[in-house]
Design a protein around this ligand. Structure first.
Ligand code: CO
Length: 159
């Protein structure tokens, strides 16, 4: 396993729409292992493959005290409600902002064995699903801010 370099905004790969995984082969398995290690090292909650320079629809989510989740070709199939959250991103270190996310999100994805699953989430997991699937579509959370003055500096985070 290896810790991969996390691409920072404005790296153009963060703006590319990632491609569907058609074959969960050895290289995808290796990518998943390396992304898990990279996310843990960065103490982040989620990581999308294009953040480590690979334009594929692969997401890792690790909510503190929960098991690591691997989502291949994830799709949001339902979202309800609205709430204010505070959000940051490993590709925009040192900043956070308040924005609106859904109250509840239902996602469909494949796991690393290729098995299709559905998962309904609220709270931080719902927020992570929306944030990471946005990454796969080339969207960053700052895109939702009407005003860049809404971006606050944080004194924690990598780099
Ligand atoms: Co992010």
């Amino acid at each position: 396993m290896a810790v991969l370099k996390i691409r920072k905004n404005p790296d153009p790969i963060l703006r590319k729409k990632a491609k569907k995984v058609t074959d969960i082969d050895v290289s995808v398995q290796r990518l998943i292992d390396n992304m898990i290690e990279t996310l843990d090292k960065a103490s982040g909650v989620g990581l999308a493959a294009n953040q480590v320079g690979v334009p594929l629809r692969v997401v890792i989510i690790h909510i503190p005290d929960k098991d690591v989740m691997v989502l291949i070709n994830p799709e949001i199939i339902e979202k309800t409600g609205e709430r204010l959250v505070v959000e940051g991103c490993l590709s925009i270190p040192g900043y956070q902002a308040e924005l609106k996310r859904s109250e509840s999100v239902r996602v469909k994805a494949r796991d690393r064995q290729g098995k299709l699953f559905r998962k309904k989430a609220t709270d931080l997991l719902a927020q992570a699903f929306e944030h990471e699937i946005d990454h796969l579509n080339g969207i960053l959370y700052v895109d939702y801010l009407q005003d860049m003055n809404k971006l606050e500096k944080t004194d924690y985070g990598p780099d």
